[in-house]
Write a new protein. Structure first.
Length: 177
């Protein structure tokens, strides 16, 4: 019985990863020009899967804190609002891949109030061939976790460094699977 349940879980996980997942930028126009067709992403098999989720939020990425970029340890000293002045929008924490499991990163982000995690791949591998599987401890994860390519992640980082504060804080997103 357990073996059949595992096969069903594995099949569903593979189908989730084979489905198209995109982060659609709806605002601001300057970011929409960089990603006119959205940001291709891969969704984790743990946490909430954002089927048809449409939300307004703001990206948070801490350039000054390598530990926060990786999120492999508790982020108790990390303030999601310290980079933004608009508190009405959900924070989407952007993290770099590596050093620990996807589940660990998602859990640490969830603990500080992130409403979604977007992980930037650390190499040029095709993200559609990467399975963000539960490491066996992810049953408590309630937020969606997405993986984007290194190329798209580098574009986002460049945008954050070059754009003004107001543009960075008001980003409307929808997740389409």
């Amino acid at each position: 019985m357990e073996f059949n349940s595992f096969k069903v879980f594995l099949t569903i996980s593979i189908l989730i990863n084979l489905s198209f997942c995109a982060i659609t930028i709806e605002y601001p126009n300057s970011l929409l020009q960089i990603f006119p067709t959205g940001i291709n992403s891969n969704v984790a098999t743990f946490g909430d899967i954002p089927y048809g989720l449409n939300t307004i939020g703001h990206f948070v990425y801490d350039f000054d804190n390598k530990d926060a970029e990786m999120a492999c340890n508790d982020l108790k000293n990390f303030n999601l609002e310290k980079n933004d002045f608009l508190n009405d929008f959900d924070p989407f924490l952007i993290l770099d891949r590596g050093s620990c499991s996807f589940v660990t990163k998602a859990r640490n982000a969830q603990k500080i109030g992130a409403k979604a995690v977007i992980i930037i791949n650390n190499n040029d591998d095709d993200i559609n061939e990467i399975y963000m599987m539960d490491d066996g401890t992810g049953k408590d994860i309630k937020i969606p976790t997405l993986l984007i390519s290194k190329t798209d992640g580098d574009k986002l980082k460049k945008y954050f460094l070059e754009s003004n504060k107001e543009e960075k804080t008001r980003i409307s997103l929808s997740f389409e699977i």
